[in-house]
Design a protein. Structure first.
Length: 370
């Protein structure tokens, strides 16, 4: 039996044309089939894979649609000349484990973060002869599935992951192809050879604390969910203390689910001068509770956060926040990743990104931030 036939898994759901095109694609991308090379005939491939000529033709249709091959009547099948050097079309994978990319699946802020990242990736890919493909992979797979996932990713020129999703696959592919990881938490353990992408969190929290001080606030609190964000809370508290702002435990309000009545009662009672909202999805709840108990944000207390800004667009008074530069991150990943792949230079890191202060009316600085 030919070795090519052994690579086919005829008992699996993946159609044979997709399997065959995947095998041939890997040979082209790896350089085994060089640009301009004349490949075998349909009949030869049918014999090698022990399939019908119709199946081979369907596989070749897939490769031709991807501009990897050219079929010239009366001459044969050739690897595309476009794959020579810098002209080669790059295939880039955005790997995700959600069954669907929908705001019903992701919370509003996570949906906004994903959308901004993807806009940046697509914007940078335009005009660079690169194709970005969004590919679903099962998370926490069995070993056999993981092996197939790894083989699938090897067909791409580089891959982008988000946070701790698909960590097993991240460990397998890191160092094999350029692999970027959007950092979700400063304390994340990132597999070796992964390229971390993040904004300067320490700088943002210090700037936030200085902004709070510039607004004349002497005390600060936090609102968050019981489910986590302990790293954010610790960083906020440390930055505030460094700026002489008192953060009291009694002003750290945690919720499993937000009850506007309870939140309104807390706001009507003893409250800090400033409230940091750790979860952007809770910002509208703070506004609702403040309205419910007759408090004016920006006058009776001040509030700000760190986010994309999409979640609370349209709120009055306008919300003050440090904008997470997710679009810029995506653009930089794609631009520098493509350059590294084409030049053959190793890319091990990207500099931390700067988060811009978007001044609204939910804070009222009385002097300019340092």
């Amino acid at each position: 039996m030919d070795s090519a036939e052994l690579l086919l898994r005829k008992d699996e759901a993946l159609p044979l044309p997709d399997q065959i095109s995947g095998i041939l694609r890997e040979r082209i991308v790896s350089g085994e089939y060089t640009p301009g090379k004349r490949l075998g005939s349909v009949r030869q491939f049918a014999g090698d894979f022990d399939v019908s000529p119709v199946t081979v033709i369907k596989a070749l249709d897939i490769l031709e649609a991807e501009a990897l091959i050219r079929r010239i009547p009366m001459k044969g099948i050739y690897v595309s000349e476009r794959l020579k050097g810098e002209n080669r079309q790059l295939n880039i994978c955005f790997a995700f484990p959600e069954k669907e990319m929908s705001p019903e699946v992701l919370q509003k802020e996570n949906w906004a973060l994903s959308s901004e990242l993807q806009r940046g990736l697509l914007g940078a890919a335009a005009g660079k002869n690169a194709v970005l493909q969004f590919v679903y992979f099962e998370d926490h797979p069995e070993p056999g599935v993981l092996n197939r996932q790894t083989a699938e990713l090897k067909k791409y020129d580089m891959v982008i992951f988000v946070g701790h999703q698909l960590e097993q696959l991240q460990r397998e592919i890191a160092g094999v192809i350029p692999a970027f990881r959007m950092v979700g938490d400063k304390n994340e353990t990132i597999p070796a050879s992964m390229i971390p992408v993040d904004y300067d969190r320490d700088a943002v929290f210090l700037r936030l604390a200085r902004h709070i001080r510039a607004c004349g606030c002497r005390t600060a609190g936090m609102i968050g969910m019981h489910s986590g964000e302990t790293a954010k809370a610790a960083m906020f508290q440390s930055a505030c203390e460094a700026c002489g702002i008192a953060v009291k435990d009694r002003f750290f309000w945690r919720f499993d689910t937000v009850d506007h009545e309870i939140l309104a009662e807390k706001l009507k009672g003893e409250r800090p001068d400033f409230i940091y909202c750790m979860h952007s999805d809770l910002v509208p709840d703070i506004y609702e509770a403040a309205f419910q108990c007759g408090l004016k944000i920006g006058r009776d207390f001040q509030t700000a956060g760190i986010a994309t800004g999409v979640t609370f667009s349209g709120l009055l008074p306008q919300y003050t926040y440090f904008r997470i530069p997710r679009f810029e991150m995506g653009y930089r990943i794609m631009s520098e990743g493509i350059e590294a792949v084409r030049s053959g230079k190793e890319l091990s890191s990207l500099p931390l990104f700067h988060a811009e202060l978007i001044q609204g009316k939910s804070t009222c600085p009385i002097y300019e931030e340092e």
